[in-house]
Design a protein around this ligand. Structure first.
Ligand SMILES: [Zn+2]
Length: 261
């Protein structure tokens, strides 16, 4: 596998999830080997990541950029390793709550191979991270496979799924999986602010998209988030991963554990 970047810049804008302002992001080609760099100074690594209000953030204080996981997941899905990200407003646009807008933008900008090889992370030993309710566990394997069971209050569909994460599976079965979560705001107001064209429903205190794009969409989104957080490692992971009730904090602890191997 080679490192990859994009051919030309591409821009996305929309409402932020956290501060409710309109925010925008420009994705630009990166130099070979630089990694994914936010606002010219923050490199995407597990060590620079933190969690705020259920989103993954990079950097600190005024330089912090939140909600980076759906962009990182899109980069993982397309194998983009070297990228410059210029963000305004302290967070990336929420869009439809999936990775698809980022995936499409990168795809449109043209993903190109760079003249440098990328070594996947295979030596995962028996990495383990856990908290009060869940755990993440990895075993060495030739390809990435993720088995996930999620806590989905009120969701009537399957809450468990096992996937071989190939580029095709990512494009068709993960990129478009939308998020779900607690939401204090009125659904109508939230939809208008984010320009969301699909219906939402509140179940057991959690808000879900009403009509599913794919079966088990919420658990697919949990897998998507994990893929995004693991892309902080800067290279693909070849492992069998078992994720039981994952969340961003747990994902980051797991990424740090893998990095230390
Ligand atoms: Zn997410």
């Amino acid at each position: 596998v080679n490192r990859r970047t994009i051919r030309q810049p591409v821009r996305l804008s929309g409402a932020g999830l956290l501060n409710r302002r309109r925010v925008s992001v420009v994705l630009k080609p990166g130099r070979t080997g630089q990694g994914i760099i936010f606002n010219e100074r923050i490199k995407a690594t597990p060590g620079r990541a933190s969690v705020k209000e259920h989103t993954t953030c990079l950097g600190r204080g005024r330089n912090r950029v939140c909600m980076v996981e759906h962009l990182l997941a899109a980069c993982a899905g397309l194998g983009v390793t070297d990228l410059n990200v210029e963000s305004t407003g302290g967070e990336l646009p929420f869009c439809d709550g999936s990775s698809l807008p980022y995936f499409s933008a990168l795809d449109q900008a043209g993903v190109v191979e760079l003249d440098a090889e990328l070594t996947p992370l295979t030596d995962v030993g028996s990495c383990l991270a856990r908290d009060k309710t869940g755990f993440l566990w990895a075993e060495p394997a030739p390809c990435l496979r993720i088995t996930c069971i999620a806590a989905l209050l009120g969701y009537p569909g399957p809450d468990e799924l096992s996937l071989d994460v190939t580029p095709a599976v990512f494009a068709k079965g993960l990129a478009g999986a939308r998020t779900c979560g607690p939401l204090a705001e009125e659904l109508r107001v939230f939809r208008r602010r984010h320009g969301i064209g699909f219906r939402l429903v509140r179940r057991g205190g959690v808000v879900y998209p009403k009509d599913e794009r794919m079966e088990a969409e919420p658990v697919r989104h949990k897998i998507l988030d994990l893929i995004g957080d693991l892309w902080l490692l800067g290279r693909p992971v070849c492992a069998d991963i078992y994720a039981s009730f994952p969340n961003h904090k747990l994902n980051l602890a797991f990424a740090r554990e893998m990095e230390a191997q």
